[in-house]
Design a protein around this ligand. Structure first.
Ligand code: HXC
Length: 258
């Protein structure tokens, strides 16, 4: 597939998708979001892909939704086209894990896009923010909802009301990112993490993603029941027999996704 605003490389079972609008700090316009969703769906369908890494440039993961494109739109237009609804729905429907590798700015829709991924590895120069308030609007793709679940009410209110940026260290402390690495090592670390995921049984990997995501939607008791039933169901797989036998025989497991 030929893309204009992203690049896609598949290597060793990992699809690396890079946002590529350097002149606009990877601002998320309609074309980019469409291409990104198409590439993610293709990766989800591709048997060779077991994990996805989503990255931007050194300077910007993405500096937000494209302000130029949005600025002249009317309420009726954004309401009728249900702006950003399908992006949210298509990305959150991806079953394989997506790791966000964030260097530089992840602002507005950029921060929201990173939060739609399954976990975020941040370079030490990363800056996260929801500065939509400076534009006379509010977040529209999870900045008031997902960010609050990540960092709690006080910090989320602070970010959304003042529009200030959070650096990588604060983001890690607050639970927004899973780890911070030196900027020069970001891609190496993100690809290594994806490689680790790719080595596992794909059945367990898909089940983990579904179970963790359920924790946002269900009560604790319902979530525990969901997790326990999925855990039970794994005993129907060959990979469970192989994984446990390999441990007892002190060897590496050879998972076959069966
Ligand atoms: C369109 C953008 C852009 C954006 C940067 N650019 N962010 N274009 N939409 N969100 C463009 C600039 O216009 C400029 O183009 C070029 O990228 C370089 O940006 P500079 O501002 O010159 O760079 P710098 O001085 O280094 O400042 C970096 C920055 C700043 C702090 C990230 O660009 C900035 O504040 N950007 C906007 C951040 C923002 O408000 N994001 C939220 C968007 S609203 P030219 O042509 O002048 O060189 C949003 C809504 C979400 O995301 C709703 C759901 C998705």
């Amino acid at each position: 597939m030929a893309f204009q605003t992203i690049t896609v490389d598949i290597e060793d079972h990992v699809a690396l998708i890079k946002l590529n609008r350097p002149d606009a700090l990877n601002a998320l316009n309609t074309e980019l979001l469409g291409e990104l969703c198409t590439a993610l769906e293709a990766a989800d369908e591709n048997d060779k892909v077991r994990c996805v890494v989503l990255a931007g440039s050194d300077k910007a993961f993405a500096a937000g939704a494209d302000i130029k494109e949005m600025s002249e739109k009317s309420f009726v237009e954004v309401f009728e086209e249900n702006l950003f609804a399908s992006t949210n729905d298509r990305i959150t429907a991806i079953r394989k894990p997506i790791i966000a590798a964030v260097s530089g700015y992840a602002l507005g829709g950029g921060c929201e896009l990173a939060m739609m991924c399954d976990f975020i590895i941040a370079a030490d120069n990363a800056k996260f923010g929801q500065p939509e308030i400076n534009l006379g609007v509010i977040a529209g793709m999870g900045g008031s909802q997902r960010l609050t679940r990540f960092v709690g009410k006080s910090k989320s209110m602070d970010m959304n009301l003042t529009g200030r940026f959070m650096d990588a260290e604060e983001a890690e402390r607050a639970g927004l990112v899973s780890r911070v690495v030196p900027a020069k090592k970001l891609m190496e670390e993100a690809m290594a993490a994806a490689q680790k995921v790719a080595e596992k049984s794909q059945l367990s990997v898909l089940a983990v993603k579904e179970s963790v995501n359920r924790s946002y939607e269900l009560t604790l008791n319902e979530g525990m029941l969901f997790e326990r039933r999925v855990f039970h169901s794994m005993f129907a797989t060959e990979d469970q027999k192989e994984g446990m036998a390999a441990f007892l025989e002190k060897r590496e497991a050879q998972f076959r996704d069966r």
